[in-house]
Design a protein around this ligand. Structure first.
Ligand code: FE2
Length: 267
């Protein structure tokens, strides 16, 4: 792929094929989406934000010290990731043309640190014990999509890949507490990529970040998109005011993705 092929949406038919696969599997591997230059810029922004003393105050811009919040505020390189292709168009295809960025957090895991199997936030479609899973013939609506872009090469298990259990968003359950959960015979798969590759997944799929066993931090840029009916999670919530500079030069689509909506149901 040369530079001119970056940041362009897939053709309509290809997008439809990807959306169908995403709805079935709960994730999609996008391949290389960022240039080397974009990767190095984003990496340096993460380090700059992490080293900002404000990050380490009691109410600092982080979750548990490893998830750095509202990256779009910190540098336009992160803000513009929200409208980056090919994933921005896919998010709109899946979540609706009025979807928005729900949050934009970067992950910065020190070597050896990782999280367990989980889904993000609440379980959207829970099932009672006597119903084994949702009917795969019935498409489930997707409300939240995570797009993750590792900024380091993740090519072996030692590098700490993200893992997902395909189709587990159809389980109607949170993942069981075991090392390698399976769903309908499907084992976890590792999402390997060079720096600047990307994958997207439904927030309801069973997933985890595995620990890096090397001496490098696990650095991941991300955008979380949601349907308009799901509130944005911009801390400190009711007291949040988006800084003016975030909107500098932002076109209509980016402004909408940042949350400048038309009036709709309820408001
Ligand atoms: Fe997660």
């Amino acid at each position: 792929m040369n530079d001119t092929q970056y940041n362009i949406p897939f053709a309509t038919e290809e997008r439809q094929r990807i959306v169908d696969q995403f709805n079935r599997d709960g994730y999609y591997f996008l391949g290389q989406v960022l240039t080397y230059h974009e990767v190095s810029t984003l990496k340096s922004v993460i380090e700059r934000k992490y080293n900002d003393p404000r990050m380490h105050e009691k109410e600092g811009d982080h979750i548990r010290g490893i998830s750095l919040m509202r990256m779009y505020e910190y540098d336009h390189a992160f803000r513009d990731l929200i409208v980056h292709e090919p994933f921005a168009s896919l998010a709109e295809d899946i979540l609706g043309q009025d979807c928005h960025m729900m949050s934009q957090n970067s992950l910065r895991y020190p070597p050896g640190q990782a999280g367990g199997w989980h889904i993000d936030d609440r379980l959207h479609f829970p099932l009672p014990d006597n119903v084994p899973c949702h009917d795969p013939r019935i498409p489930l609506p997707c409300f939240v999509i995570n797009v993750l872009v590792p900024l380091i090469d993740v090519e072996t298990l030692e590098d700490g890949p993200t893992q997902v259990v395909p189709s587990s968003h159809y389980s109607g359950r949170k993942p069981p507490s075991e090392d390698n959960p399976t769903f309908n015979g499907q084992e976890p798969i590792s999402l390997f990529t060079k720096a600047g590759g990307a994958y997207m997944f439904n927030s309801q799929i069973w997933h985890r970040g595995t620990p890096s066993c090397t001496d490098q931090h696990r650095l991941i840029a991300a955008v979380t998109y949601s349907q308009r009916i799901i509130a944005q999670r911009l801390y400190p919530f009711i007291d949040y005011k988006m800084p003016e500079h975030v909107l500098d030069g932002a076109d209509q689509r980016l402004q909408r993705l940042l949350g400048r909506h038309e009036k709709g149901a309820f408001g």
